[in-house]
Ligand binder design. Sequence first.
Ligand code: GRF
Length: 212
Amino acid sequence: MNVGVLCSGSGTNLQALIDKAAKSELGPARIAVVGVNVPDCAALARARAAALPTFVIDHRDYKTRATFDQAVLGALRSHQVDLLVLAGFMRVLGDEVLAAFPQRVVNIHPTLLPAFPGTHAHRQTYDYGVKIAGCTVHFVDAGVDTGPVIAQSAVHVLEDDDEGAMRARILVEEHRLLPAVVRAIAERRVVVEGRRVRVLAAKPTGDVIRSL
Ligand code: GRF
């Protein structure tokens, strides 16, 4: 399964995918291309360092979202992408892109959705004063962070946390959760039943059998 990853920022989630792929821990998923909309973002440098194919499509070069989307879609198609992963991609994709990848666009969001969707999610979480925070990987629909939840992971917000400490603890979970979901989708273990999404357990690997 060819995975396209779109990023705008530091790309630590991309790096988690790259690292898992290097250890053959993404199952049949391979990162086919990394696209960014911010030309000098660290995610692009990470992709290049891993010798992955890349494209840069700067949204500021496009007058409308539709023309930006078409450019992105063309690039993804040229790399025969099957699964689109939004890993810190700070643009909302329109219907045309979503329709091209039915139930094949996932996003990672640093809250336990449906709490605190949208931008400034860490700030919203911290300022609200919740004691349990976390992250969500979900399918993307036409809304902002509203699609069906695939997987979530929770962390405690500790009494002495500042926002940065909380963010760092959530990020550790993001780096675990996103590759696990990509692998599960590639292994066809993700079953969509309307709003409810079930992730089936992985089959025991040959290694496990050998170790018995
Ligand atoms: C992550 O917190 C992710 O949940 C959010 O944007 C951030 C991206 O971080 N969507 P990185 O670029 O993967 O380091």
